[in-house]
Design a protein around this ligand. Structure first.
Ligand SMILES: Nc1ncnc2c1ncn2[C@@H]1O[C@H](COP(=O)(O)OP(=O)(O)OP(=O)(O)O)[C@@H](O)[C@H]1O
Length: 359
């Protein structure tokens, strides 16, 4: 089922440079969370701290009852086995083919036979859509395939937590969309908590169950996707809508006179854009963290902007969702008499679980 990561009062600096301070949040077990923030706000430092590669100045990172920064070396080593990490470039060994790259952690950290190694590696390669590429070298494959190979390797020890650093870096929008679909499908099939650091606003708006935003050495906000997408908080609003108008400027923060000038010019239309439907697993499985579209807004008395939860075919998924779930529960294949996901493969319907309880 994945495990919860509970962070309390975490602070990190390098020399006199404070990266972030007093960061507290709970990353829910089994769900997908995304961490956003302007460049240089310390997102990668946060990931590295979670996995114990960097030591915070103070604060706690609880995985169950283990407080990671204060574990003795041998317990830290054991606890790290709960994590799979996908680094930006996949971090593959250039001289090894994909099979050996993916098999590496199994051969290093377990006593599995070569037959077992082969079964597990092929299973993970299948999960990320890389069957048939076992013999390729990293230099012979595309950037998207490298990321998927790195992902297969991150999954090979069946982690409870998957940390992903900027999966979209160096990928075109189509490859990014494909990789996002892989994350959604994996999260539906595996018992694993996902934390993805990204700059890609489209990913942040459509993939996660929860969003966090680092800004000016603090965690500006962390919570359910719909909460942040309907937030009027200026930094959150500007970042999630990729707007030039707001407190974030070229050099991270704008001064008061710039903000006043923007306000005078009335550059901000005052309207939030619609909340897009959340991406759905392509195999029709319902993910643990998914909730009925609009459930959070309804539970918290928030009126979503007009057009929220309407797909590009004009269907309102607040209404369509119960029919979709019913067709899944009746065992109908997607599209075969049930409700068809919008846009076909690669852009499945929004989703939540039956009952759609809010966070
Ligand atoms: N090992 C280190 N020693 C000293 N400073 C570091 C170290 N690692 C990171 N930093 C500094 O910490 C700050 C945050 O870096 P980090 O890479 O975490 O930012 P980021 O939010 O991931 O940025 P981006 O979105 O551009 O990747 C930067 O100023 C960086 O130079």
């Amino acid at each position: 089922m994945g495990v919860e990561i509970r962070v309390e009062g975490l602070t990190k600096s390098f020399g006199r440079q404070v990266i972030w301070q007093d960061v507290s949040l709970s990353i829910p077990a089994g769900e997908i969370s995304v961490l956003l923030g302007p460049s240089g706000t310390g997102k990668s430092v946060f990931l590295k701290s979670l996995v114990g590669l960097l030591k915070p100045d103070r604060g706690h990172i609880y995985i169950g009852d283990r407080d990671l920064p204060y574990l003795p070396e041998h317990q830290l080593y054991e606890t790290r086995k709960l994590f799979g990490v996908l680094f930006q470039d996949g971090a593959l060994f250039g001289s090894m083919n994909l099979f050996d790259n993916i098999a590496f952690p199994l051969r290093e950290h377990t006593r599995k036979t070569e037959a077992e190694v082969k079964r597990i590696v092929l299973e993970k390669m299948d999960l990320v859509g890389l069957m048939g590429a076992e013999g390729k070298l990293p230099g012979e494959i595309s950037g998207g395939m490298k990321k998927r190979a790195g992902l297969a390797r991150a999954l090979v020890l069946d982690p409870e937590i998957l940390l992903v650093d900027e999966p979209d870096s160096g990928l075109d929008p189509v490859r990014t969309a494909f990789l996002n679909q892989v994350f959604i499908d994996l999260n539906a099939q595996l018992d694993c908590t996902f934390l993805i650091v990204t700059h890609d606003i489209n990913t942040a708006r459509t993939v996660p169950d929860n969003i966090g935003l680092l800004y000016q050495r603090h965690l500006a906000m962390f919570g359910p996707r719909e909460m942040l997408l309907s937030s009027e908080e200026p930094v959150v609003r500007q970042f999630l809508n990729a707007s030039k108008v707001g407190p974030i400027g070229m050099s991270e923060e704008k001064d008061a006179s710039e903000l006043e000038a923007e306000a005078k010019m009335g550059l901000d239309s005052g309207k939030l854009p619609p909340i897009p439907p959340q991406q759905m697993p392509s195999n029709g499985l319902v993910r643990r963290g998914q909730h009925a579209p609009g459930a959070w807004c309804a539970a918290h008395g928030v009126t979503p902007p007009p057009g929220s939860f309407v797909d590009e075919l004009g269907r309102n998924w607040v209404d369509e969702w119960p029919r979709y779930v019913a067709s899944m529960q009746a065992g109908q294949a997607v599209g075969a008499g049930g409700v068809t996901p919008p846009g076909g493969p690669g852009f499945p319907p929004p989703g939540p679980g039956p009952g759609g309880a809010a966070h």
